[in-house]
Design a protein around this ligand. Structure first.
Ligand code: ATP
Length: 364
């Protein structure tokens, strides 16, 4: 099975997503203190303040430019990174409050699949040993008996002969399948895919995406799919969260966000990929400059130095994330304007906006 990356956004099957929240982030943030010795110590706010909920069976895409905090947020959601503020709940349990033993138990239900398959796999172990490793590590936690290795490899489209080989003897696509076989071996409820196809050729990317979709349909795990490529996430995700400098600036159903992006930053990202943009979202909005450093986040709305819609309020007041539609939330003082404004084809300094932000319902 393969997927054409340029096909339009397909219909998501609503029935595979249950309403029950599995993973929730409440005001979660993570800062790092870096430098010292010769240079001055600086604080990097990799993730500022994020609220998210991921329901059983659904896929949330997290997108944004390099360094905006996607991977750190993914690790926070898995309890691999400790928050410096807020909390992450997995099945209602605060990960920070759990004992080592309880966390080890939960780890069998949460997995990370990331881009660098050579780093993920041990060069000295055979593929068969590595795919069976989770059963050795989590045997006491899950009590699960390992299925035959042939079965585990067949589930990800690999032949049994590969079990005796070593990682360097496989192609990049085969290694990513092995990493998935290992991650899914213990039937996790939640998987974070961190740029799982970025290092692969486009044709191999399509095969791996099709495999992830089919495994998710069969097994029903919830997932977060981190990517900088909007073309990739539309084939996987039910919802999308767009990050900018450690914060979620827009979040909603993927078809809604691609058809009517409400944050000027999302509009720029979506309009840069004409094949995914729908209607007025196709009108090109160019992004000026690079994102500022997370060690020096601008006051007010962090996006304001690059935003042609910026007014005085944007320079001093951080916009709260507010509802602009069903399940659609945006952090922009002028979100309604950004969504409705069909006139400008680029974000230029001459774009007309009202002088005061429209009133909207706050979203806690
Ligand atoms: N352990 C760490 N120590 C210090 N700084 C860190 C650490 N982890 C992440 N950072 C910094 O936090 C910021 C966000 O990093 P992160 O890797 O989460 O972003 P990203 O959006 O996933 O980027 P990319 O797409 O390039 O992987 C970056 O400035 C990064 O350098």
């Amino acid at each position: 099975m393969s997927v054409d990356l340029d096909m339009p956004v397909d219909q998501r099957s609503a029935d595979r997503t249950s309403a029950e929240v599995l993973v929730a982030a409440h005001g979660v943030g993570r800062s790092f203190s870096v430098g010292g010795w010769i240079g001055a110590r600086r604080t990097i706010a990799a993730v500022g303040h994020v609220d998210l909920a991921i329901r059983r069976g659904e896929t949330l895409a997290i997108v944004g430019e390099s360094g905006c905090g996607k991977s750190t947020l993914g690790r926070l959601l898995l309890g691999l990174e400790r928050p410096t503020r807020g909390q992450v709940l997995f099945a209602g349990q605060d990960l920070a409050g759990l004992s080592e033993g309880r966390l080890r138990h939960l780890r069998a239900h949460m997995q990370l699949v990331f881009q660098n398959t050579l780093a993920a796999l041990d060069p000295r172990m055979t593929i068969g040993e590595q795919v069976l490793e989770p059963f050795r590590i989590h045997r006491n936690e899950t009590g699960t008996v390992a299925p035959p290795i042939e079965q585990l490899l067949a589930d990800v489209g690999l032949g049994a002969a590969l079990a005796a080989r070593f990682p360097h003897q496989l192609s990049g696509g085969q290694r990513q399948r092995v990493v998935m076989a290992r991650a899914l071996a213990t039937e996790p409820d939640f998987v974070v895919f961190d740029e799982p196809v970025s290092a692969l050729d486009v044709s191999v990317q399509a095969q791996i995406i099709a495999l992830i979709r089919s495994l998710q349909r069969q097994r029903g795990f919830a997932s977060v799919f981190i990517s900088h490529d909007l073309r990739v996430v539309r084939h996987i995700a039910d919802r999308i969260a767009v990050m900018y400098l450690g914060r979620v600036v827009e979040e909603g159903p993927i078809a809604t966000v691609f058809a009517a992006p409400a944050h000027p930053y999302t509009r720029a990202l979506v309009s840069a990929v004409p094949r995914i943009a729908v209607g007025t979202a196709r009108q090109r909005v160019r992004l000026a400059g690079e994102p500022p450093s997370p060690a020096a986040i601008p006051a007010g709305c962090p996006f304001h130095p690059r935003c042609a819609l910026a007014q005085d309020v944007c320079r001093v007041e951080l916009p709260r994330i507010t509802a602009v539609g069903a399940g659609h939330h945006v952090a922009c003082h002028f979100a309604a304007v950004a969504a409705e404004d069909a006139a400008p084809s680029t974000m230029t300094a001459t774009t007309t906006v009202p002088s005061a932000p429209p009133r909207r319902q706050a979203h806690a």
